[in-house]
Design a protein around this ligand. Structure first.
Ligand code: 5GP
Ligand code: ZN
Length: 113
């Protein structure tokens, strides 16, 4: 059985505030926003646990996500800029091992760690 939180969100078993979906990706509002706009974008299929697993064979989905991000940012009104973050592993505080990219903006963001 797949116990992954984000797989459950994609399936609708756990409710979320969807902001975008196509056949390959799903984007939804983060439950604990770090800024006025905080959206997570994930592949619908659990093919990668994190950026640490991306290979030439699996890079297509990451490329697709990065074509969706700028369109989504425009729709979300982030003309003034935004940050794209992907935490990897314990030191970065990754809590969900289903690859995801945070889109954060809507205010001037602090300096990165
Ligand atoms: P990570 O820390 O792994 O980079 O990011 C996981 C993100 O998922 C966190 O920002 C956290 O707030 C968000 N999150 C955790 N559980 C839920 C949930 O049930 N629903 C939504 N929408 N976001 C969640
Ligand atoms: Zn998953």
């Amino acid at each position: 059985m797949n116990d992954c939180l984000f797989c459950k969100i994609v399936k609708g078993d756990i409710p979320s505030s969807k902001v975008f979906e196509d056949d390959k990706v799903f984007a939804f509002k983060d439950i604990a926003p770090a800024a006025p706009v905080h959206v997570l974008i994930i592949p619908k299929e659990h093919i990668l646990c994190g950026v640490d697993e991306v290979t030439a064979e699996t890079a297509d989905i990451v490329a697709h996500i990065f074509t969706v991000i700028p369109k989504l940012a425009k729709e979300l009104g982030l003309e003034n800029g935004y940050r794209v973050v992907s935490n990897v592993g314990a030191d970065a505080g990754q809590t969900v091992r289903h690859i995801h990219f945070h889109i954060i903006g809507g205010a001037e963001l602090g300096a990165m760690a």
